[in-house]
Design a protein around this ligand. Structure first.
Ligand SMILES: *Cc1c(COP(=O)(O)O)cnc(C)c1O
Length: 373
């Protein structure tokens, strides 16, 4: 039907109520956007937990070469990447799946397991893609409050699981609070979760965390068929824009996720980048960047503590400042001075660890706009 200018607006199509009610995912604001909004220049973005360093040269080279073959569809299953990951992680290839970022795998997991009325349990506040992926399917995200110290209350997570629960989502280190739970603690939680509930441990920031926390792939996959682990090349490897993540778990969980893989979703450039990133040579370079970011995180956390800020243990590539009511004001004040951070309105700001110069700028700007309460 042609649209009419006299009739009142009618909805176009009949969108699913679940989609109609969805919140939009809010990405961190680009530095350029902040520059336009505040009429400033040289803004820096510390809002999306990006790696401040470009990918290793060998990765860039591999992507450039893969570009030559872009006229041919890539391998739908990203087989060589799965094989390389399985080899590195000492798993069967059927225990590994690759997706267009771990976010895509999260959506595939929700698509595979969540029917309307089903529940997914997660500590909250946590990753903002969780509610969207669950609610898209008509499911309900059951949010279990963090403790007063911003930590996960794993007993409360266990208690929130009912016969309607299909999934438990556990980001560790958590986004946006940055603190982590040990693999031993996740194992104790898994013991109390029924076998027919899948527990996803989202380790997007694993590489930045204290290795003493443990390794759920090595320690928990052999013990729990219903536990899966997600990791990504986006953060530690600096490949956020190329979109490659992976999930390790029982072959049945992996194959359910695979059934929901959109054709050719992990594009050929992304596959080439991931494969290159898994070489020993690149691992050394990536580790140097990770070490630099961890050292800067320690420096930033110590500087904030010296200024009197009380922030939770930072195990990822960002720090969390629980500013509560002051969140929006502090965020805007920082942004007007060219430091773009990520606000969680009324709760706190998340500040990505950047280069030493970017971090100095954040610390100096913060000191000029806010003091600890
Ligand atoms: C950044 C992030 C991801 C990873 O996203 P990709 O899709 O792999 O880029 C996953 N989980 C959490 C908690 C994150 O913060």
């Amino acid at each position: 039907m042609p649209s009419s200018e006299t009739e009142p607006a009618k909805p176009v199509g009949r969108v699913r109520p679940a989609v109609d009610a969805l919140p939009a995912y809010k990405p961190g604001k680009a530095a350029e956007q902040a520059e336009r909004e505040h009429n400033i220049s040289e803004a820096i973005k510390l809002a999306s937990n990006e790696n401040p360093y470009p990918p290793p040269a060998a990765v860039v080279q591999a992507v450039a070469e893969a570009c030559r073959g872009a006229n041919i569809y890539c391998d739908h299953r990203a087989t060589v990447v799965r094989e390389a990951l399985a080899d590195r992680l000492e798993l069967d290839v059927e225990q590994v799946t690759v997706g267009a970022g771990s976010v895509a795998l999260l959506y595939q997991l929700a698509t595979a397991y969540v029917d309307p009325g089903d529940e997914v349990v997660t500590p909250w506040i946590s990753f903002e893609a969780y509610p969207i992926s669950v609610q898209t399917m008509g499911g309900t995200l059951v949010r279990v409050p963090l403790t007063a110290e911003h930590a996960f209350d794993l007993d409360a997570v266990a208690a929130a699981v009912t016969e309607r629960t299909k999934l438990v989502l556990l980001a560790t280190p958590n986004n946006p609070t940055g603190n982590a739970v040990s693999t031993a603690a996740v194992g104790r939680l898994a013991e109390s979760i029924p076998d027919d509930v899948v527990v996803l441990v989202d380790e997007a920031y694993r590489e930045f965390a204290d290795p003493a926390l443990g390794d759920p792939v090595a320690e928990l996959l052999p013990r729990f068929d219903n536990l899966a682990v997600a990791r990504t090349f986006s953060k530690a490897y600096g490949l956020a824009s190329l979109r490659v993540g992976y999930v390790m778990g029982h072959t049945e969980v992996v194959s359910a996720i695979d059934k929901c893989l959109m054709p050719f979703n992990v594009n050929g450039l992304a596959q080439a980048a991931a494969l290159a990133a898994l070489s020993d040579e690149v691992a050394v370079e990536a580790q140097a960047n990770i070490d630099a970011i961890r050292a800067e995180r320690a420096r930033v956390a110590a500087a904030l503590a010296a200024d009197g800020w009380d922030i939770p243990d930072a195990q990822a590539n960002f720090v969390w400042m629980p500013l509560a009511d002051r969140t929006d004001d502090v965020c805007i004040a920082l942004e007007q001075r060219g430091v773009v951070v990520r606000p969680f309105s009324g709760i706190g700001i998340r500040v990505t660890i950047g280069t030493p110069a970017q971090n100095d700028r954040f610390l100096a700007t913060l000191a000029g706009v806010a003091q600890p309460a």
